[in-house]
Each structure stands twice: as C-alpha cells, then as structure tokens.
Write a protein of this length. Structure first.
Length: 93
C-alpha cells in the first residue's frame, strides 16, 4: 500500500474575508474530491483571508499511480484563475 501526501500553499488574491476564502476553497475541495477521489482538508492558515494550506491524500497499490494522481491534482489547482499556487510538495509513504 502506497500513501501519497501533497501539501499545497495557496494565495487567494480576491479573498477579502474568511467567507470569500471559504467559498473558493470549498469549490476547489469538492472539485478535487469528485475528480480524483482524494481526501482534502485545510490544514493551515485558517485564520488568514488570502492564504491557505491544503493537505491532499491518496492511497493506492502503485507509487506511479499515486504520483500521477497528485500531479494531476496540482495541475487542476494551478488552472483555477482565482487561486495562485505558491508551493507544493508531494511525499510518498
């Protein structure tokens, strides 16, 4: 069993309140869960309006598959016009 963890640091330039941030992140988390069957949670910077850290987790039996899914998820995050990806990190356990 291979567990893949991905941490992404995001900047939300149009986030002028926690409500704005929550709306953008909820949409992104739902999209990632539906498309890739990932576990997604906000794991840091919850009190900041324009910054967020998300944790993504994927479990499979091949490391290549886990890496591919997490790479595709990062690409989807990069394609969202209301979010800027500052940093991403993928770890396989």
């Amino acid at each position: 069993m291979i567990v893949g963890l991905c941490t992404v640091e995001l900047f939300i330039p149009d986030g002028h309140s926690l409500k704005d941030k929550r709306q953008v992140l909820q949409s992104l988390k739902t999209r990632l869960r539906d498309k890739f069957n990932l576990s997604v949670a906000e794991v840091g910077d919850q009190d900041l309006w324009q910054k967020a850290i998300l944790g993504l987790a994927c479990v499979a039996n091949e490391s290549a598959h886990v890496n591919q899914v997490l790479d595709q998820a990062v690409n989807v995050i990069q394609s969202v016009p209301t979010i800027q990806l500052l940093r991403s990190r993928i770890e396989l356990l």
